[in-house]
Design a protein around this ligand. Structure first.
Ligand code: NAD
Ligand code: A1AUG
Length: 542
């Protein structure tokens, strides 16, 4: 049916609070008990079929209880990757012929299923597999993913409505918002179930078929997301999920002439590697693949001497340590004037030392564990280095323990030298580097921190002086794609603060916004002439 319809007006999903005695808490606890008590197979899904695979076994463990295995997958082989690519190509003609309304209805139904019967299970899977607390899982696996699905439908409809404003007499101009010719390769990170669900479904909404390669450490929740999409009516072959490290999948997908785009979120080195591979393969492709990648950050909090100390301290703690600092947006460097540091240091340290950490199924914990042994090792090295380095004072945390899970204590480093490597390296964990500066050197510090790190993802200015806010907003224009005034630099809400950054942080195509969806279309202009000329001659020729 080609009728031009309106889609439901999008609203952000309400964040439930999981207070003791609440119905949502009771459901979550049941789901945690159910999912945490067994270990399941995590097969590929190719052409709508579950495929066990024959590659190397990879286990998904609970990061906070590392001996507990939630599930086992097989690393995708070259054959698995070929099957997934072929399935995506085979499903493409039928999927792109389906009306937009039919495609949109599948995602709107998925949003409703997640808002209702699937909520507790996807949240529980995200808590167990990625060590998120109840509230961190709720804002990610439930609310943000629901928002992506609903709000993308709204933006997609707006895109389809965009038509040429001008028509000469006797002419009708139209725009056909075609999907890309070929398949899209979606590669997703471990830290957000919402991002993992959005990256394959945004191109699919625009009529593309997809090969989806989730992160192995997020595979438990990804497996459930795939099942949810199927229940919502996603046809076989539209999204083909292959498990494992992705190396074989890239060997196949990046060499395929029909690679139409990559939808990536993850680290900067991985995206740069993929871009280089695409560059090397360029002559093989039928079209120029669209490369959309949101990557790493070294996100800042800049405090002006006029800052409210309580606002600053709270932004630092929440911004740096929620979800163990494993958000691309996490505050990992802060610049604080000496006058304010004197006011906040004692409280900042005592609150940080008091943050409860442990098994996330105990809902009294503020934090869980870092994702895996590799992340644990990286943080151990960074903390050992901090203890050993002159000019670096470990004022809070600075310990780690992997006897039960991969626990790294929230750590605050006070560092004399603003050019220390910890102000430019993304550790992706609970380490906050603080440079305390003499108040009168605010301008110099602002200039230095603006581009010392190679990234440009998120950042905050904390100030009460309006002139300082205006000045920082101008001077830090390119330092962050998401810029916050008197708030932490994390927690963007779909439809409110479209998310993404520039410089080494990515292509800034803003997940959950029309900019992103446009990348998955290739417009065709159609001109129809009702009274076409029937002679080649022009009037001036006489
Ligand atoms: N800017 C954003 O919106 C955003 C959001 C979330 C995470 N991140 C970034 O993601 C990183 C953390 O996530 P991560 O540890 O999962 O990142 P990662 O780069 O290690 O992995 C991302 C994905 O790429 C896959 N991968 C790696 N090499 C591959 C290859 N050759 N072929 C195919 N797939 C390959 C991984 O298996 C995973 O699925 C951080 O740098 C963080 O800042 C950015
Ligand atoms: N969009 C999230 C971060 C996603 C990256 O990990 C935020 O704004 O905190």
């Amino acid at each position: 049916m080609d009728a031009v319809t309106q889609v439901p007006v999008p609203v952000n999903e309400t964040v439930l609070d999981y207070a003791p005695g609440s119905p949502e808490r009771a459901k979550l606890e049941l789901a945690l008990a159910e999912l945490g008590s067994t270990s399941i197979d995590l097969p590929h899904t190719i052409a709508g079929q579950r495929v066990a695979g024959t590659g190397r076994k990879i286990e998904v463990r609970q990061p906070h209880a590392r001996r507990k295995v939630l599930g086992t997958m097989r690393n995708a082989t070259i054959g698995d990757a070929q099957s997934a690519v072929e399935a995506a190509k085979a499903a493409a003609p039928g999927w792109r012929e389906l009306s937009f309304d039919d495609r949109a209805a599948i995602l709107l139904k998925a949003a409703e299923l997640l808002s209702g019967p699937w909520r507790a299970h996807l949240n529980a899977a995200t808590m167990l597999g990625q060590s998120k607390t109840a509230v961190q899982a709720e804002i990610d696996a439930a609310c943000e993913l629901i928002d992506f699905w609903r709000i993308n439908v709204h933006f997609a409809r707006q895109i389809l409505e965009q038509q040429p404003p001008l028509n000469s007499k006797g002419i009708w101009n139209r725009t056909d918002h075609r999907p890309l010719e070929g398949f899209v390769y979606a590669i997703t990170p471990f830290n957000f179930t919402a991002i993992a669900g959005n990256l394959p479904t945004a191109p699919a909404l625009m009529g593309n078929t997809v090969v989806w390669k989730p992160s192995p450490t997020q595979q438990f929740a990804a497996h459930l997301t795939m099942a949810l999409l199927e229940e919502a009516g996603m046809p076989p072959g539209v999204i083909n999920m292959v498990t494992g490290d992705g190396l074989n999948v890239s060997k196949v997908a990046l060499a395929d002439p029909d690679l139409a785009g990559i939808h990536f979120t993850g680290s900067t080195p991985t995206f740069q590697h993929l871009w280089q591979e695409v560059g090397a393969n360029l002559p093989k492709y039928r079209s120029y693949p669209r490369l959309v990648g949101e990557t790493g950050g070294k996100d800042f909090i800049l405090a002006h001497p006029s800052a409210d100390p309580d606002v600053l301290r709270t932004a630092m703690i929440r911004g740096a340590f929620e979800f163990q600092g494993q958000k691309c947006s996490a505050a990992s460097r802060a610049y604080v004037p000496r006058s304010l540091w004197k006011k906040i240091k004692a409280d900042l340290v005592s609150i940080t030392e008091g943050l409860t950490q442990g098994d996330v199924t105990d809902l009294s914990n503020f934090m869980g564990a870092v994702i895996d042994d590799r992340a644990f090792g990286k943080h151990k090295d960074a903390i050992d280095r901090a203890h050993a380095k002159a000019g670096v004072d470990v004022v809070a945390g600075g310990t780690y323990d992997d006897s039960e899970g991969w626990f790294v204590r929230p750590t605050v480093l006070e560092i004399d030298d603003p050019t220390d490597e910890s102000f430019r390296t993304e550790y992706f964990g609970p380490i906050l580097s603080v440079h305390v500066y003499p108040d009168r050197q605010y301008d110099k510090v602002l200039d230095q921190m603006e581009s010392f790190a190679p990234f440009g993802l998120t950042g905050s200015i904390i100030a009460q002086d309006r002139m300082a806010i205006t000045d920082a907003t101008k001077r830090l224009r390119f330092a962050a794609g998401n810029f916050y005034v008197n708030d932490k630099p994390t927690g963007a809400v779909v439809g409110q603060q479209p998310f993404g950054g520039g410089r080494a942080s990515g292509t800034n195509d803003k997940a959950g916004a029309a900019q992103n969806l446009l990348r998955w279309t290739s417009a065709r202009s159609i001109k129809e002439t009702f009274d076409p000329p029937k002679s080649h001659a022009y009037p001036h020729m006489g």
